[in-house]
Every structure is written in C-alpha cells, then in structure tokens.
Design a protein around this ligand. Sequence first.
Ligand SMILES: [Zn+2]
Ligand SMILES: [Zn+2]
Ligand SMILES: [Zn+2]
Length: 163
Amino acid sequence: MNDATIAGAFPPQLHDHGDCVAQALETADKLCHDKGLRFTQLRKRVLELVWTSHKPVGAYDILEKLNREGRKAAPPTVYRALEFLIEAELVHRLDSLNAFVGCADPSSSHSGQFLICRGCRSVAELDDSAISDVVNRAAADLGFAAVHQMLEIQGLCKACQKS
Ligand SMILES: [Zn+2]
Ligand SMILES: [Zn+2]
Ligand SMILES: [Zn+2]
C-alpha cells in the first residue's frame, strides 16, 4: 500500500496555503539553481498562480491574472513559461482538464498518477511505483519502451461522495 498522496489529505484539509506556496517557490528556486535553469520573475509568478490552490488552473486564467497585474502578457509568453515549468517538473499538465497543477514534490522523480475529483476539481498526485512498473512491464512485453506516464483517474473525493 502506498502511504499517502504527496499533497497530504485528499481533498486537502483546512491549512495555511501560504505555506504551500512559499514551500513550492523555495523548492523551485533551489531546483532551478541546482539544474542551472533561469527562474525568471515571470516564470516565478506563473508558478505562483498555478499554486493559487490545490485545484488545476487553466492557462487562460493565468493569462487573465497577469494582465490584471498590468504585465500585458501574450498567450505564447504564458505557454512558454508553463512549458518551462513542466519541463522542470515543477508543474504537471492534466490533459483531460486542459489545466495545470503544481507538483508538491518536484525534487523526487515520480511517475505521475493523478486522482481528479469530478465534484470539486481537487487533484491529488500519487507516487506509486508499483503502478508504473506494471505499465512498463506490459509495454515491454509488446516491445514498447515506455518513457513517460501520466495517469489521470477521475472520481469523487470523500467529501463529494457524501454530498
Ligand atoms: Zn495548500
Ligand atoms: Zn509531481
Ligand atoms: Zn471532491
């Protein structure tokens, strides 16, 4: 059994989200420094906006917020910043929602299984290597070398099952 979701309780319980954001930015700063990546003001701000909550955020929402701050960002600028953050594994893209969510544990390499609540749109990331191992093995049986896995599992969180 996997111990827990990386983000803790699912859906996240009442907590000081400012701590999550501060932690995410600090981790990103360190990770970029270690990897020799340029963590520009814009990239930092986009990461911060992705981390507005534990729910996925659309690129358009980010763009709108940046423009409201007077940054006059064009869509390609935002997409490039998101691309950078995904590449650095600071952010994950959820294809089924066409939205982005911050990675709670970017320093450890994990395989990306996501639980997505259809009720409240909360997302939790699992780090269960048993799942990815099974996929890798099944793929290898077909002579396929799997390099990247993104599993998106939709359902209802505990709170939404009740209501
Ligand atoms: Zn939080
Ligand atoms: Zn992650
Ligand atoms: Zn829910």
